[in-house]
Write a protein that binds this ligand. Structure first.
Ligand SMILES: Nc1ncnc2c1ncn2[C@@H]1O[C@H](COP(=O)(O)OP(=O)(O)OP(=O)(O)O)[C@@H](O)[C@H]1O
Length: 833
């Protein structure tokens, strides 16, 4: 008979383990335990510290069998009370000595982690603290055991004393000394990999010449040289001190090195490279100085100069390291990892999308031959001879490339578009005459059985997966069955138009989805605006991962027109703020800025932060223009004109591509256009500046235009349930505690209603602007804008504040405002009041 009892026990204990794990994962339970651990660690710290002062006096009471610790009159002096004294005694004397502090540190760290105050790597903390605990305990136990004789403290504790004695008895004094050295080196390497290179250098003898030269210098007995040598030593010492200081600051900035977590390992390549560079530079510098020192004084100049000129390449690198870039260096050892907060984030998998069986373009030869014959006979009936015809079968459309016989005018074929369409009895015929870059004419004919281009085939394609665009957007497949991917960063904004039911919403979903498959939540935020209220609601599930909203917004998807105006203006404020940061960082675009930030060259205390890309997607933009007009158009135009460099991009879609909706300003600022089928040639002209969109066949058949010639693409079909699967997959993972908050925007009216100006909320440029206005005696917003290189919104805000403070008068239309302060003295008086 088989005994299942053991198996049952194992199953029971595993399920028990799972239950405990689940309970610990519960946010509240974890928080409570974390808080308890921190409090306990703090409590332990009190008797631990107190022990060094009161331990001697308390020892006799603790050791005495007759003393009653439960009594209030127990005579214990330790600030942690009787139990604290016992704990401290046990921790220090009975176990690990003073090194027990690492137990307390670990408890504190565990508490911080469980409370989610900081994301500490607990395994690293565990191993780090354990190693330090054992090493210091053994070290003190071994080297300070004589100090036990007449002290109440066992610096290494019983563990340190007994274990070190045992080790010595086994491997001898030499053995234990070597063991101390080697384990100390391992611990150093554990905390910072750069010690590997230092140790390597030590063993390769790189530090030996240093000592030899010093000895040689001394043996020369020259006073001057001896002085120099001292100087050199001093310098080296100072340098080393500086280095240590620097490292200390670097480490401090990073809190503990222990915080390095496994994901940082991904960047270990870069890390070790930068470390190597640093070490090489220091060594180079030292060698230079050694050469200088080893030469007689008079000759010092020459080699120094020549070595400098030889090392021209190395010099700037050294300067970079010592550069006073905002006096902020941050930790160069460990680049900032923007994804650290959600380091376990998993990108959606391909199986969340539908798989279409018959996805391959199968060529129906009968259909092809029939079309070919029809084209030839139609052209012949109009006296047009061709020399060759070639067909390329796409997912929904086949392109017939014809080479006309000599002497045939292209315009003649172009004019026959309708006749050819009639004779082929097909909708959606488009004639491209000539095909750019080729000496042929293209006739696009819809296939009888169009294929659906699945989202899976596009997102899973090698082209999309391997592309390294900043914001890759996969639209679908071209007529030659190539996956069509573009970089939203380069576009930099897209205008989408198409009559109702032609695939616009599916197109927007495809764009958003492709970004979700490629960008981490730390790198990208969406502002989703949907006046129809139904299209984007599926995305509200991922608000803690990918969505940006106003701090007071109730819904992450913006549907209300007044909120849309506010949100777009707030994006403008964010844009201005980002420009200010870019200016302070002396970089030209978001990419350079983020690179600098990742390399810790920008000080977060000065407001610098990692900037995620922001993609603003507006569905039914026509509706908004109809209801809010200029109020909507102005911020859109501003964002479109300026936001590219700061990583803000827009996708706006409309059903009604009419000139009162797609105005000149909008058109001029949206160089990339996507046209689904529209109902008239005029609409096509509005969106693409040419006909063509009216000849599309619908269902995701689209023309993409950027530059001169439109490209026909069959948009991938990503249905709502697929998007739901994807958002669910993302939503179930850990997200940020809040959505990404856009800066607050105060509209003109609400500002006017605000009344008194709160001095704490005055713009930082307020005083400078006031002085400038008083000096010029001209209350003009554009003057502020120009002089301080700031945006219109900010300048307007400063002007409002000046008005509230009684420095300038109210707005007088196009005229400059009246200035009420005659000179700076009067202004100072008013400001002081
Ligand atoms: N790329 C595509 N491939 C195949 N079918 C598509 C594609 N895009 C859209 N369709 C079909 O067209 C229908 C309408 O598409 P969609 O909802 O995107 O239209 P729309 O232009 O957004 O319409 P509206 O402006 O009214 O919202 C879809 O339900 C789908 O059946």
């Amino acid at each position: 008979m088989t005994d299942f009892s053991n198996d049952e026990n194992t199953i029971e204990s595993t399920s028990m383990l799972h239950k405990i794990k689940a309970i610990l994962k519960n946010e509240i339970v974890s928080f409570i335990i974390g808080l308890f651990l921190i409090m306990f660690a703090l409590y332990l710290l009190i008797p631990y510290l107190s022990f060094f002062i009161t331990g001697g006096a308390d020892q006799s009471i603790l050791d005495s069998a007759s003393s009653d610790l439960n009594s209030t009159d127990n005579g214990i002096k330790n600030m942690g009370g009787a139990r604290g004294a016992q704990l401290a005694y046990w921790l220090i004397n009975n176990s690990f000595g003073v090194a027990s502090i690492f137990i307390i540190a670990f408890l504190g760290a565990a508490g911080i982690r469980m409370m989610k105050v900081r994301k500490l790597n607990m395994w690293r903390w565990f191993f780090g603290c354990t190693m330090l605990l054992l090493w210091f305990s053994l070290f003190f136990g071994y080297f300070f055991y004589e100090a036990y004789q007449d002290s109440f403290i066992y610096l290494g504790g019983l563990h340190g004393y007994n274990v070190s004695l045992w080790i010595e008895s086994q491997i001898g004094t030499g053995g234990i000394l070597l063991l101390f050295i080697i384990s100390a080196l391992y611990i150093l390497i554990f905390f910072n990999k750069k010690y590997i290179n230092k140790i390597r250098d030590f063993f390769s003898g790189k530090y030996i010449p240093n000592i030899k030269r010093k000895k040689k210098d001394k043996s020369d007995n020259s006073v001057d040289e001896a002085d120099d040598s001292d100087e050199f030593e001093d310098e080296n010492q100072t340098k080393e001190e500086n280095n240590t200081d620097k490292e200390a600051t670097l480490n401090e900035n990073d809190s503990l090195e222990m915080e390095l977590n496994t994901s940082a390992d991904e960047e270990s390549l870069e890390l070790s490279k930068s470390d190597k560079d640093k070490i090489e530079l220091v060594i180079e510098e030292k060698v230079e100085e050694i050469i200088e020192q080893s030469l007689p004084k008079g000759t010092t100049q020459g080699p120094k100069e020549s070595s400098k000129s030889q090392d021209k390449d190395a010099e700037p690198a050294f300067e970079v390291e010592a550069a006073k870039d905002d006096l902020y260096r941050g930790s160069l050892d460990q680049p900032y990892n923007p994804k650290l907060d959600l380091e376990g984030f998993k990108f959606p998998t391909l199986d969340l999308m539908k798989h279409f069986e018959n996805n391959d373009p199968n060529v129906n030869m009968e259909e092809q031959n029939m079309n070919k014959n029809k084209i030839i006979s139609t052209l012949r009936s109009f006296d047009i001879e061709i020399t060759s015809i070639k067909a390329t079968v796409g997912p929904t459309v086949t392109l017939y490339e014809i080479t006309p016989a000599q002497g045939v005018r292209i315009s003649k074929i172009r004019n026959l578009e309708d006749d050819i369409a009639l004779s082929l009895a097909a909708l959606g015929i488009r004639i491209i005459a000539p095909i750019p870059g080729k000496g042929t004419i293209g006739i696009e004919v819809p296939n009888e059985n169009p294929k659906v281009v699945s989202g899976q085939s596009i997102i899973g394609s090698k082209k999309f997966q391997t592309c390294n665009y900043e914001l890759p957007v996969a639209f679908g497949k071209t007529i030659t069955n190539e996956v069509f991917v573009v970089d939203l960063c380069k576009m930099p904004h897209i205008l989408v138009a198409g009559a109702t039911g032609q695939g616009k919403s599916v197109g927007l979903n495809t764009m958003i989805t492709s970004l979700l498959y490629k960008k981490h939540p730390a790198e990208l935020k969406f502002v989703l605006i949907d006046p129809k209220k139904v299209e984007f609601s599926i995305y509200s599930a991922i608000k803690h991962h990918y969505l940006a909203q106003l701090p007071d917004a109730e819904e992450p998807i913006i549907t209300d027109v007044t909120k849309v105006v506010q949100t777009l203006n707030s994006v403008c404020v964010e844009m201005d703020a980002r420009y200010d940061l870019l200016k302070a960082a002396k970089v030209r675009n978001i990419k350079e800025y983020n690179e600098k930030f990742i390399n810790r060259q920008l000080n977060p205390e000065k407001g610098h932060k990692y900037m995620p890309y922001i993609v603003v997607v507006i569905d039914e933009f026509g509706d908004l223009i109809m209801t809010a007009g200029k109020e909507i158009e102005l911020p859109i135009a501003r964002i479109a004109q300026l936001a590219r460099a700061v990583g803000i991009h827009m996708v706006i879609a409309t059903q009604r591509p009419t000139t009162n909706i797609i105005t000149g300003t909008i058109k001029a600022n949206f160089p990339a256009r996507v046209a689904f089928r529209v109902s008239s040639m005029t609409d096509s002209r509005t969106i693409l500046d040419r006909p063509g969109a009216n000849q599309l066949i619908g269902k995701g058949d689209m023309l993409y235009l950027q530059g001169s010639d439109p490209i026909r693409v069959q948009c991938a079909f990503i249905d709502t349930p697929e998007v739901e699967n994807i958002t669910k997959y993302i939503a179930q993972q850990q997200g940020y505690t809040t959505p990404f908050y856009l800066p607050e925007y105060t509209s003109e009216e609400s500002r006017a209603a605000m009344g008194e100006v709160d001095p704490a909320r005055l713009d930082p440029l307020f005083e400078d602007a006031a002085r400038m206005i008083v000096i010029h005696q001209q209350g003009s917003t554009s003057l502020i804008q120009r002089k301080f290189s700031i945006g219109y919104n900010r300048a307007g805000r400063i002007m409002d504040q000046l008005e509230k403070m009684g420095i300038v008068g109210p707005s007088e239309g196009s005229k400059a405002r009246q200035v009420f302060c005659q000179d700076e003295m009067e202004l100072d008086q008013r400001l002081n009041n």
